[in-house]
Design a protein around this ligand. Structure first.
Ligand code: NOJ
Length: 766
């Protein structure tokens, strides 16, 4: 029978060759692809079709019997053609072995698609996605995804479960580390860049892999920031804030989507027809396939939405979930559901068509082992090229939060010689934490530590003491209970070295496993005894550079008040220590800007720059009056606003100009502004444009990011930056439930963060 399929394929290929020589247009390519998929589908049994919709976890030795806890014999299923995709099989040897089973033993030999969480790098780890977002550098972000794809592809993988494009305004939620922060405009640009980086221009290229936009949808809005929690958001928030980055990836031709664990307004996303069919597949015309999140079909029962796993499978396929990741709902029940007439076979055919199409596009039918070249794996994995790209990305991700002078002298950049530097903090000497949370392809302890990076500058003297552990024990999954909350026995020796130092570098923050999936926190202070350590060291030496490493915004009020220099370094991956040292020494002038607001207090969350005005935005008529929108115990403003970040140089903004101040709905306005480097270092600046739609059919945010450009300016140089404001930028999802530009007044600001003050305004008229 396998032969029949090969014959059919050859026939189609032959006719397609003739066709394409006549007309190589996109249209005819698509037609040929459809024919190939349809003819394969026509010879598949219902069982084999359902097999394509089934994805298994493969973290076992594929040459031996699965050690999984389930009773299912996964190897037997592979042999019977009952598996369409695997995840967590990595390395050429293992991928080849698993692919060989389906290709050689199953009736039709349809190759597997091999998925893996290549979230921020594969073996060579790049900065966590939130850190990359802080670079606002779309080229670098695209490159980072490109090299991650190349490295993963060389190791047998052809599908990544990234990018995560969930907007979130709640730093308590541990997965903010995996997204691009709080803003839909920045988030959409980054989502697009990441998909283009992973998939390239040609998915059949051996260096590119299919991307997967996740988690559809609203996973980043869990109540109280608690992982997997209920989500209730209205249509304006869904359309204006949550959906835009997802849509941007459809425009980038992303091949797959993943649905989400959460419910949205009472319906679990995995069973949500409105999301998956109405919006994604119909309105946006998405042609790829939707994979469930891990076990999310089965979890419909836990949600209290399905009576059992069979019912869950029925709901999920009807709602548009094409592939089942580890719920066993499709493989166990879909055939029966079709036979009982509860699920139409047409739904199965549609899902399988989508899955087969992606496999064809990846070139897996031409050569199922195309990602399985041992030589390429050796050459590419951990190569110089990849390390150079992640180092570049890491430097660009660092945000300078504070750099104030002590006795007229700024601590940063560090002097390159003659300095006695005390380095303190367990995280300074940690080669693992910097790899962040999603690094299942990497070896443990492979990051360049901060200490190692600093020691490369040999003309200063470095003394190191950890002061205190951040986490206790060696457990792989660090929850808050594993945080060192009591042991201060190392304080004394740390204080001693600080006393004698010209400058103290303290590396403090969260361990890499303290953020990420399942790591929600109610307290965002620097964990454990680290803040006490900082306070004790401060008593003996005020010249402290605080190097923060963390996966989310933290509350660092005391540090902001007392410590002269603060550098946000997130978790920067394999090259972390080199990147941090190069920034501290001024070999790279920091240029990152916060993609998420830093609160003063966890109680302010959700806190974000593009909030609404409310009916009582200001203390009128009397500032002492109580009844206006604010907190009574904490200043309502953030500690650091969205878009904020300093440089070793300074920038001046002037001459903000519009070519018109009145436009009709379909016209454009050209905006220009002059930016000058007024400081003493060459440097980069992210020029940011915000607008406010003053009055709308629905209330509008106080401002929204609508443009940005990262520029490089030499000392003293000026540059005029241009933006165009058009329909695309001014529209929003209005009270009429459609995307429209409404007439009226608009304010516009340009500057180096969301508190920009250089302002002008314009009108949209009939
Ligand atoms: C669950 C996560 O939510 C998802 O993002 C990930 O891709 C899958 N597990 C597979 O590891």
């Amino acid at each position: 029978m396998k032969k029949i399929y090969i014959l059919l394929s050859l026939l189609i290929l032959f006719s397609s060759c003739k066709n394409s020589s006549k007309n190589n247009s996109e249209k005819s390519k698509n037609l040929i692809l459809t024919q190939k998929v349809d003819s394969l589908l026509s010879i598949m049994t219902l069982k084999e079709k359902i097999g394509q919709m089934n994805q298994y976890n493969g973290s076992w030795d594929v040459t031996g019997p699965p050690k999984d806890s389930t009773s299912i014999n996964k190897v037997a299923h592979l042999e019977q053609g009952l598996v369409g995709a695997m995840l967590n099989v990595k390395g050429v040897k293992n991928v080849r072995a698993v692919q060989k089973i389906v290709v050689e033993k199953s009736r039709l030999g349809i190759p597997l698609i091999i998925g893996f969480d290549v979230i921020h790098g594969y073996k060579t780890i790049s900065p966590i996605p939130l850190a990359e977002a802080a670079s606002w550098d779309l080229k670098a972000i695209k490159k980072s995804a490109e090299v991650a794809a190349k490295e993963a592809a060389a190791s047998g993988i052809n599908w990544t479960f990234a990018p995560m494009v969930d907007i979130s305004r709640d730093a308590r939620w541990g997965r903010v580390m995996e997204g691009a922060g709080e803003d839909p405009f920045l988030g959409s640009k980054i989502a697009y860049a990441r998909v283009k980086g992973f998939q390239g221009e040609d998915l059949s290229n051996v260096n590119t892999i299919a991307a997967c936009t996740k988690h559809f949808a609203a996973y980043g809005f869990p109540e109280a920031g608690k992982e997997y929690n209920t989500v209730s958001v209205g249509m304006p928030t869904l359309y204006n804030i949550i959906l835009p980055p997802f849509k941007a990836t459809v425009k980038a031709d992303v091949k797959t989507f993943m649905n989400a664990f959460n419910e949205l307004n009472g319906i679990p996303a995995t069973a949500d027809t409105f999301l998956q069919r109405d919006i994604l597949k119909n309105d946006w015309n998405f042609k790829g396939f939707v994979v469930s999140d891990w076990g999310s079909i089965m979890e419909l029962e836990h949600h209290g939405y399905a009576t059992d796993n069979k019912h869950a499978g029925e709901l999920a396929i009807k709602a548009g979930s094409d592939m089942d990741m580890e719920s066993y709902a499709y493989i166990d029940h879909l055939e029966e559901l079709v036979k009982e007439g509860k699920v139409k076979e047409a739904l199965i055919d549609d899902a399988v068509r989508r899955i087969l199409t992606v496999k064809y596009e990846l070139g897996l039918f031409d050569n199922p082992y195309k990602y399985c070249d041992l030589d390429r794996e050796k050459q590419v994995v951990n190569s110089k090229e990849i390390n150079a790209a992640v180092l570049d990305m890491a430097k660009k991700s660092i945000v300078l939060l504070k750099n104030e002078a002590i006795n007229n002298q700024k601590l940063l950049p560090l002097k390159k010689e003659g300095q006695n530097i005390a380095v303190i903090g367990a995280l300074a000497n940690d080669k693992d934490s910097m790899l962040g949370n999603w690094r299942i392809g990497a070896d443990n302890n492979t990051a360049v530590s901060v200490l190692e990076g600093l020691k490369k500058y040999k003309d200063n003297t470095i003394t190191y003491k950890k002061g205190a552990d951040v986490v206790i024990g060696k457990t792989f999954f660090y929850y808050d209970t594993k945080i060192n909350k009591t042991d201060k026995s190392g304080f004394k020796e740390a204080i001693e070295i600080a006393k004698k130092a010209d400058v103290v570098i303290m590396v403090l923050g969260e361990h890499g496993f303290q953020s990420g999936e399942g790591r929600s926190r109610t307290n965002l202070d620097i964990p454990g005894v680290q803040l006490d350590l900082l306070k004790e060291v401060y008593k003996v030496n005020k010249k402290i550079i605080l190097v923060l490493t963390n996966g989310r915004p933290l509350t660092i009020n005391w540090s902001e008040e007392h410590i002269p220099a603060i550098v946000e370094t997130w978790q920067l991956g394999t090259q972390a220590g080199n990147a941090i040292a190069q920034v501290l020494y001024g070999d790279y002038n920091p240029s990152g800007k916060l993609p998420m607001t830093f609160p003063r207090h966890v109680g302010q969350i959700p806190i974000y720059y593009s909030h609404k005005k409310t009916g009582r935005p200001t203390p009128l008529p009397d500032p002492a009056m109580v009844f206006w929108s604010k907190y009574t115990d904490v200043d309502s403003s953030p500690l650091y606003p969205f878009g904020y970040g300093l440089s070793y140089t300074s920038f001046e903004y002037k001459n903000l100009k519009l070519n018109k101040t009145k436009i009709s709905i379909n016209e454009e306005i050209n905006v220009s502004v002059e930016v000058t480097n007024t400081g003493n270092f060459d440097g980069e600046e992210v020029v940011q444009l915000y607008i406010q739609d003053v009055c709308g059919s629905l209330t509008r945010p106080v401002k929204e990011l609508k443009g940005f450009e990262k520029i490089h300016l030499k000392i003293g140089a000026s540059k005029t930056i241009y933006f165009t404001i058009d329909f695309e930028l001014l529209q929003f999802y209005t009270a009429n439930n459609k995307w429209e530009v409404e007439l009226g007044d608009f304010n516009l600001w340009i500057g180096g963060n969301s508190n920009a003050t250089l302002k002008t305004s314009f009108k949209v008229v009939k």
